[in-house]
Design a binder for this molecule. Sequence first.
Ligand code: ATP
Length: 238
Amino acid sequence: MLLEVEGLCVNYGHIEAIRDISFGVPEGTVTTLIGANGAGKTTTLKTVSGLRKVRAGTVRFDGKDITSLAPYERVKLGINQSPEGRRCFVGMTVRENLDMGAFVRKDRKTQAYRDDLDRVLTLFPRLQERINQPAGTLSGGEQQMVAMGRALMSRPRLLLLDEPSMGLAPKLIQQIFSIVTEINEQGTTVLLVEQNAAQALKRSDEAHILETGAIVRSGTGAELAGDEAVKAAYLGGD
Ligand code: ATP
C-alpha cells in the first residue's frame, strides 16, 4: 500500500466530520471516494495532505507514519493535493502557477524540470496556448487544468484530486477524466474524490462509499458501479 489510513477520526469543534475511517491506496491505482455532500470526502483528503489534524488514527505513506507531519513535509515526500474549486493564483500567469507547483524541487534549472513542464503542457495543450496569460482570465475548466498541472509539477507519487469535474460542461468532464487516467498510466497513484460517481467508478481500480463520516461500502470500481443499491443511491438509477 502506498497510503494507509487507519481508524481516522476528525472533528470540527464538536462536529464529527469523519469517524473511524480505514482504507488503503495501493501503489499504481486510481482509488476513489464517493458520497453525498458533507459525507466527509474533502476532510479525508485534507487529513491525508496534512491540512486537518486528526483526533485519532494514523496516516502512513510508503510505510512511514506521517500523521504528525506538516503539509509541506508531506509534499516533499510526494503527496500533493489539487484542491476543490480550481484554486489558482489568479494574478499570476499560467507559467508562474506551474512554477509554484515545483517550489519543493531544487532542480528548476535542469532538463528534468523542463521535461516535466513539457509533460504537463502535453497533457493540457490548452495551457500551452495560454502560458503567458494571467490564470484569472482563463475559463473555469482551464483553471481546473492549471490546478491539476500545478500539483503535477511537484512530481507527486500520490496525487489527491478533489472533485476535478465540479461545475464543468459534460464534454470537459470527459476530458478531465481521461487526463486523470493518463496521469495514472504515467505512474502517479491517484486518490480521487468525486460527486460524479458514474464516471469516477468507471475509471477506478478501487472505491469506497462514504456516508456521514464513515465508509459504508468498498469494492472495485466495476463492482460498485454494478451494484443495485449503489446505482439507486449514487448513479441516478442508471
Ligand atoms: P462536499 O462534497 O459537499 O464537499 P464532503 O463529503 O467533502 O462534502 P466535508 O467537506 O469533508 O464533506 O464535510 C464533512 C462534514 O464536516 C460536514 O458535516 C461539514 O458540514 C463539516 N465541515 C466541513 N468543514 C467544516 C468546517 N470548516 N467547520 C465546521 N464543519 C465543517
